[in-house]
Design a binder for this molecule. Structure first.
Ligand SMILES: [Zn+2]
Length: 298
């Protein structure tokens, strides 16, 4: 019997949607028929989703989306799955698909205010060929960045949830006149966050188009070190991870040894944690594993 192959897709688009509820119902029907699991948020400002399914059905889903003029130009980031990435199918209508805690007066339309796109190839050139002064600013939460990040990039250690970006932004206020490149998993947080940087007075802001996942696929184990944290049961992903060039940048939160074993665990004090804990600490019984669950950056 032939082994089934699975794919996980990640996609988003900021586009005016007049009837999000109707789209939700259509999407639900399509996904159910194709046996896809995962989650999508739909709002009047756009759509943000991730699904897993059998390769053939994922391809069918993409084909169906391409026939809808609102989504015909969506770029789907595709990575290998194991059939277990999501426990179920959830499609929700929300006020926004990616949220920043802003005062009413500070709010802006991500379709209007956003940074220039920098393609993966251009960023690669900037890093390797050009002697350009620029700073890579990671828009992701700290728990994501500790297992994988661009070499030399700026990480917000106190960022636990993207919506709190406005609270930590002053940490990089000294870079307002410099060239900034924002990065995130698939691009959606940059599409909102880079606009916020511009509104906040940063002068020269770029955003990595299609996110780290695309950069990693093109240049595995080069400038993005470690693994990419993802919001499904895979927890982390990467390309060519068996290569000798793959570096582990994570550290066990208990003993400090190099590790990228990202788990949910219980401390001896009974505290539940989601983080890096090495196999040795687990087998010695210093900490115990707890049940897997799903995290979301929202
Ligand atoms: Zn350890």
């Amino acid at each position: 019997m032939e082994e089934k192959s699975y794919k996980v897709i990640l996609f988003y688009k900021f586009v005016e949607l007049e009837n999000p509820k109707q789209l939700r119902d259509q999407q639900y029907k399509i996904c159910q028929e194709l046996g896809l699991k995962g989650r999508t948020l739909i709002s009047t400002e756009g759509v943000n989703g991730t699904f897993e399914g059998e390769t053939e059905n994922i391809n069918k889903y993409i084909e169906i989306m391409k026939t809808d003029s609102r989504f015909s130009d969506v770029v789907f980031k595709i990575s290998p799955g194991d059939g277990l990435a999501f426990p179920k199918l959830t499609i929700k209508v929300r006020k926004e698909v990616v949220t920043l805690d802003l005062l009413e007066t500070e709010n802006f339309d991500p379709k209007e205010i956003k940074a220039k796109y920098l393609e993966a190839e251009q960023l690669h050139d900037w890093i390797h060929k050009e002697k350009k002064e620029f700073y890579i600013v990671d828009m992701r939460n700290y728990y994501e960045a500790k297992v994988g990040k661009f070499a030399g990039s700026i990480i917000f250690e106190s960022l636990k949830n993207f919506r709190e970006l406005p609270k930590v932004i002053n940490e990089i206020d000294h870079l307002k006149d410099k060239t900034i490149v924002t990065v995130c998993t698939g691009g959606i947080r940059c599409d909102r966050g880079s606009g916020f940087l511009l509104k906040h007075g940063f002068k020269d802001v770029y955003q990595l188009h299609h996110g780290i996942v695309t950069y990693m696929e093109k240049y595995p184990n080069e400038d993005f070190l470690g693994k990419l944290y993802v919001f499904d049961s895979r927890v982390m992903m990467g390309f060519n991870l068996d290569s000798k060039d793959h570096q582990i940048i994570g550290k066990c939160e208990w003993c400090g040894e190099t590790s990228e074993n990202y788990v949910n665990y219980n401390t001896p004090q009974g505290e539940r944690k989601h983080g890096i804990c090495c196999q040795s600490c687990i087998s010695k019984g210093v900490v115990s594993l707890s049940q897997q669950n799903y995290y979301s950056y929202r």
